[in-house]
Design a binder for this molecule. Structure first.
Ligand code: ZN
Ligand code: ZN
Length: 137
């Protein structure tokens, strides 16, 4: 909580209760939630929370480079506070999205010197868990 507040302050975002809650959640979760997932998670805990507020908080965080948008399917925007260079794996069976880290920095792989601002690299397939379930049937 304290750490979340400090990061928000350092980036010029005043740490309202809702912002601290949403950003704190994004930092601890690995599930890459959508704005709706975040709203659904907190709506009973924070009755005053609206979907608009969630969208506003997310866009403020994105503007300060504290979260990334993840686009795997065109209709769906997910959010991620993992800011190291990485891509995503989506399981086509259970729908879980997990992080995929490259063993090499992309800058070292590219033949041209480019400034990378955003990476969307997505892999779909079947996760370990679902594979085990399938093999046991
Ligand atoms: Zn799966
Ligand atoms: Zn991620």
């Amino acid at each position: 909580m304290e750490q979340t507040i400090n990061i928000l302050k350092k980036h010029g975002i005043s740490p309202s209760y809702q912002r601290v809650k949403i950003f704190g959640y994004l930092m601890e979760t690995k599930t890459h939630p959508t704005a709706y997932d975040i709203f659904a998670k907190f709506k009973s805990e924070i009755p005053s929370l609206s979907k608009t507020t969630v969208y506003n908080v997310l866009s403020a965080l994105k503007e300060k480079n504290l979260v990334n948008e993840v686009h795997i399917e065109g209709h769906e925007t997910r959010f991620d506070a993992e800011m190291r260079q990485h891509g995503h794996f989506k399981c086509s069976v259970c729908g879980q999205v997990s992080d995929l880290f490259l063993t090499q920095d992309l800058n070292q792989i590219l033949s041209q010197k480019l400034v990378i601002q955003d990476i969307q690299f997505n892999v779909t397939g079947i996760c370990n868990q679902c594979l085990t379930l399938q093999n046991n049937n």
